[in-house]
Design a protein around this ligand. Structure first.
Ligand code: AMP
Length: 227
């Protein structure tokens, strides 16, 4: 199964991507995590994208598309994937379709996690990310057991540079201008499934389960996209 996750920064894509990938028994891949890993490891690509990522601007397509297609062409993704953060514009969506088509495959579902602007401000203002395994915490809704340390790997929890207000404004603008049309792109293709992303992680998880894992009893099933 090939799934892409769409939604504003802070909609909860990262958290729900990992959950959905586990349920579908396919690997997950986050373009943002991949860029941050390159930055941490100091690779040439990491240095090339640092100013874009840290300031909340989209990395140019030629870099991003090459990086993602290279990754999903590896055998680990032969049974499918859940993609978080890619595609971020219509050109990327077209290139992804083209690459899958070449391999005789297709995107099965684009999941939009829908949240209000107020929920975004709260989530991003209180988000902490493990600098080692990228697990995501919220200082109030899902705090770590030991302050400042990851429950899973004991890595240090940090605020992302691009969650700071100035970069955040740029990321929200980039979403509105570039990524909102991607939602229409998948809606027109009959592949969009929309779930309400407000409430607890568990509640959103349940909605995703009902919409994608066992959709037969639900209104927003795969065969009936929500526009
Ligand atoms: P994210 O973790 O998905 O919020 O991504 C963090 C940052 O990585 C974004 O603000 C961009 O600078 C860069 N990035 C991630 N995915 C993409 C993409 N598909 N296209 C361009 N830039 C991206």
């Amino acid at each position: 199964m090939h799934v892409v996750i769409l939604g504003f920064p802070g909609a909860g894509k990262g958290t729900q991507t990992k959950f959905l990938a586990e349920c579908l028994s396919v690997p997950s891949l986050s373009s943002g995590d991949l860029f941050r890993r390159h930055q941490r490891e100091g690779t040439p690509l990491g240095q090339q994208v640092r100013t874009y990522v840290d300031s909340g601007l989209l990395v140019p397509d030629e870099i991003t598309i090459a990086m993602i297609l290279d990754e999903i062409n590896s055998p680990s993704y032969s049974d499918g994937f859940v993609l978080d953060g890619f595609p971020r514009n219509v050109n990327q969506a077209l290139e992804l379709d083209r690459a899958l088509d070449f391999a005789g495959m297709d995107i099965d579902c684009a999941l939009l996690i829908d949240v209000t602007q107020e929920a975004l401000a709260d989530r991003l203002g209180k988000r902490l990310v493990c600098n080692r395994c990228q697990s995501i915490y919220h200082t109030e809704a899902s705090p770590p057991r030991n302050s400042g340390l990851c429950d899973y790997c004991n890595g240090r929890l940090e605020r992302r540079a691009d969650d700071e207000p100035e970069a955040l404004v740029r990321r929200l603008r980039a979403y509105q201008e570039e990524s909102a049309p991607v939602v229409d792109f998948y809606a027109r293709a009959g592949k969009l499934v929309k779930v309400d992303g407000t409430g607890t992680v568990e509640r959103v998880r349940q909605r995703i389960k009902e919409a994608i894992i066992c959709p037969a009893t639900q209104d927003n099933r795969l065969s009936k996209p929500v526009h």
